[in-house]
Design a protein around this ligand. Structure first.
Ligand SMILES: *Cc1c(COP(=O)(O)O)cnc(C)c1O
Length: 413
């Protein structure tokens, strides 16, 4: 087992030794790199408290993690190899221990967020179809449910490929097979010849998880080649812990790439998306012209702060697998409690039992309370059909109690 809980002291020692292995702008001769430590007028560089703050210390040392280190290992930029090795460990840990890949089967990097990770997937598959099948952009289509994140529209727009959104059932939030068939037929008429499929390892609005097994026969029937990406930006650090039989992880040979977001459920700072893909795919995103970068660049973003990878590594290592599972379980228990209360109050809702999102049908909880407690609606133009609650560590207990009390008082009137 790679993933182990470590003490604060052990974590500190590991991060500081990685920083020692990095070259330092203030102690090494570094002449040609367009980077430096953070501005010294603004940022404390030698403050005493940094000795006990491994993340801040890494942030201030400002290591650049440009490129994809699982791929280039020791051929990449060598100035920051210490923290880059921590990023490799992190990618291995998440793909093998959380997404159940075999050892060293996966490449990946810490992206600015789920948006980039999703677009990175589209970019790789688009280039694959272009290179291997001589496809034209107009012949490539991306299948995703209408509950999917808007980054799929954004990615299609940027890459000049075609979004093919598919309707979901209003009650179950599952992809509607009839609509999928119709969408595929229409796509074929429009000369789409190659498919990318997104399946959600939890949607943002409903916590629904797409049933790949249910839609695959329909996709196969179309006869078009396809590649499958799983968007776990919301659920990637939840669902694998609540459903050990996760059908969308790397045990499933149909899944080629996965997105996760540590800045959602894992409570990491922003800038901690994760992109994971099976070996032998990353090269479709190589920018050959990036020759001044040792090991080339394979990412959309280019330069990025190595402290973000370190922060995810630190959080996972602080909790360990048991600790994280326990955290998630306590959110599930709280979500269960909320569901029981809604049931008793006659408020209809959607809930995936493996997720911490409860989405209530509009028209039951008084709307001013939805606003007061910052529930999120599917539509703010006055046509809301749903209002959702995400059970998070900061909402447990008191906040939910107060909300429920107010709802109960109002519904009695
Ligand atoms: C949040 C989210 C994204 C986008 O992630 P950012 O980190 O905001 O770029 C993509 N997909 C899903 C399902 C999400 O919840």
């Amino acid at each position: 087992m790679k993933w182990k809980k470590q003490t604060r002291e052990e974590i500190k020692t590991r991060v500081f030794s990685a920083l020692d292995e990095n070259r330092n702008y203030d102690s090494d001769y570094i002449l040609g790199i367009p980077g430096s430590y953070l501005d010294t007028e603004q940022f404390y560089r030698d403050a005493d408290f940094l000795k006990d703050a491994p993340y801040l210390k890494t942030f201030i040392n400002n290591p650049n993690h440009i490129g994809c280190h699982t791929l280039t290992e020791d051929k990449g930029e060598d100035l920051f190899r210490g923290t880059q090795k921590m990023e490799i460990e992190l990618i291995d840990l998440v793909s093998e221990e959380i997404m159940n890949a075999g050892p060293k089967e996966i490449d990946g990097y810490v992206a600015p967020g789920g948006t980039e990770a999703n677009i990175q997937a589209l970019w790789i598959y688009r280039n694959y179809y272009k290179k291997e099948f001589k496809a034209k952009n107009a012949e490539i289509g991306v299948i995703f449910s209408t509950d999917s994140h808007y980054s799929f529209y954004k990615g299609c727009n940027l890459l000049s490929i075609n979004p093919l959104p598919v309707e979901v059932d209003f009650e179950t939030r599952q992809i509607d097979p009839q609509n999928l068939k119709a969408t595929l037929e229409k796509a074929k008429e429009a000369c789409i010849k190659y498919l990318v499929i997104n399946v959600n390892m939890s949607t943002t609005m409903f916590g629904s998880v797409d049933d790949l097994e249910a839609i695959l026969p329909i996709i196969k029937q179309s006869g078009l080649p396809y590649k499958v990406h799983a968007d776990g930006a919301f659920g990637g650090f939840i669902y694998p812990f609540t459903n050990p039989d996760n059908p969308l992880d790397f045990r499933n040979p149909e899944i080629t790439s996965i997105t996760l977001d540590a800045h959602k459920m894992l409570m990491a700072p922003y800038g901690t998306g994760m992109f994971l893909i099976r070996k032998d795919w990353m090269h479709y995103a190589a920018t050959e012209e990036a020759q001044y970068v040792q090991g080339l660049d394979y990412t959309i973003c280019g330069s990025r702060n190595g402290a973000q990878a370190v922060s995810i590594w630190m959080i996972l290592t602080t909790h360990g697998p048991k600790g994280w599972r326990k955290n998630i379980q306590s959110l599930m228990d709280e979500a269960d409690r909320l569901c029981r209360e809604f049931y008793d109050l006659g408020i209809p809702y959607f809930r995936n039992p493996h997720m911490n999102i409860i989405t209530t049908k509009a028209g039951f909880i008084p709307e001013d309370l939805c606003y007061k407690y910052r529930l999120v609606s599917d539509d703010y133009t006055g046509k809301a059909k749903w209002w959702k609650i995400v059970v998070m560590p900061h909402t447990k207990g008191e906040v939910i109690d107060r909300f429920l009390e107010e709802v109960k008082t109002r519904l009695k009137k």
